[in-house]
Design a binder for this molecule. Structure first.
Ligand code: SF4
Length: 340
């Protein structure tokens, strides 16, 4: 039986109330006790990575190496290992969870940035904060490096800055973010792969809960910040289903997100190390498919990537995030299984 006009509106009304109540839901306590990380000063000679150094089309900076949030799909673990080895540490003693237990702190980052930043050198390229580790991870409460970096950047006019985080702590710095946005361009990405709380707890040991991140997003948007959701990485067979993606896009919309940016998992060696054991533990039936489906560079197949992109675009249009120029592309059936 099809759903008629009034019924459909009622149905949509119920859905919307469901979305909003999910956003307002109380936050369950984290089942894992907070772990006390060790903080180690990391002396640095530069803080900005150029596009040439990284092969990305923007400048980047990360005030911390290591992160207590401990996501299984984090690709920054090998950078941490490299720092340990370069500092004379025993590589054999480096364990997967060293990334979460020992956080390196680039204390001089804000001052070094102030001394070395020459906007004319940047060209048109943006500065991206948090490309490797979360700038608003728990260490930031104590060291205030992200805040002080933003303050330095806000002294300039015309910069193009972006920031990605999973933490509501970013809203602490709304005043500086607003100043930065006034003087140039600023985009904040709240990173969230799912609104499924038990799933998040399986995959991200100590990250903030989805509703906490969404409330932070709401607060940023109300504060006039151009902010949206970084729906990445989308996990094949786990978070790439229509209901999961749709639920996330709906709560993002309800929180006022200006955009949703989505991309699939890259199963690079650093990610394999912690993510495949998590797949084996929680989704054992998927493990052989994961081991088969990614190429040597850790990328999903072309077919999967294209199908996922179409699905995401279709759901974005359905939830009000679609790009107008693609509105006329033909609708696709939504309930197909993506070919992992
Ligand atoms: S929040 Fe980001 S940097 Fe921290 S563990 Fe998770 S993915 Fe890695």
């Amino acid at each position: 039986m099809s759903i008629g006009g009034t019924e459909a509106q009622e149905h949509r009304g119920t859905e919307d109330r469901g979305v909003v109540s999910r956003l307002r839901a109380p936050v369950p306590p984290c089942p894992r006790p907070a772990r006390r990380a060790q903080f180690t000063h990391l002396p640095i000679r530069s803080i900005l990575n150029s596009p040439q150094q990284t092969g990305m089309g923007f400048w980047s900076l990360n005030p911390y190496v290591g992160c207590e949030f401990g996501c299984t799909d984090c690709y920054a673990r090998f950078a941490h290992r490299y720092v340990v080895e370069r500092g004379g540490g025993d590589p054999a003693a480096w364990a997967d969870d060293a990334f979460e237990r020992q956080v390196f702190v680039k204390r001089e980052a804000p001052d070094l940035l102030a001394l070395t930043l020459k906007p004319s050198r940047l060209g048109d390229a943006a500065i991206a904060i948090g490309t490797a580790t979360d700038p608003y991870q728990p260490a930031e409460r104590r060291f205030l490096l992200a805040r002080r970096i933003l303050e330095r950047l806000a002294q300039f006019h015309g910069l193009n800055v972006s920031l990605v985080t999973k933490s509501p702590l970013v809203t602490r710095d709304l005043d500086v973010l607003a100043r930065l946005a006034e003087r140039g361009r600023l985009t904040v990405y709240l990173s969230l792969v799912s609104v499924d709380v038990p799933l998040i707890r399986k995959l991200e040991a100590r990250s903030p809960m989805p509703q906490v991140r969404l409330r932070a997003l709401e607060k940023l948007v109300k504060g006039g910040i151009h902010a949206g959701v970084m729906l990445a990485p989308i996990l094949p067979g786990i978070t790439d289903g229509v209901p999961q993606l749709l639920a996330l896009m709906r709560v993002a919309k309800a929180a006022g997100a200006a955009f949703v940016h989505a991309s699939p998992l890259r199963l690079c060696p650093a990610v394999r190390l912690t993510f495949l054991p998590a797949v084996a533990r929680h989704f054992p039936a998927l493990l052989p498919r994961y081991e088969r489906a990614f190429d040597g560079r850790g990328c999903v197949t072309e077919t999967y990537a294209r199908a996922l992109e179409r699905r995401v675009e279709q759901l974005k249009r359905r939830t009000g995030f679609g790009s107008p120029e693609r509105e006329s592309s033909p609708a696709e059936p939504l309930q197909w299984a993506l070919p992992l």
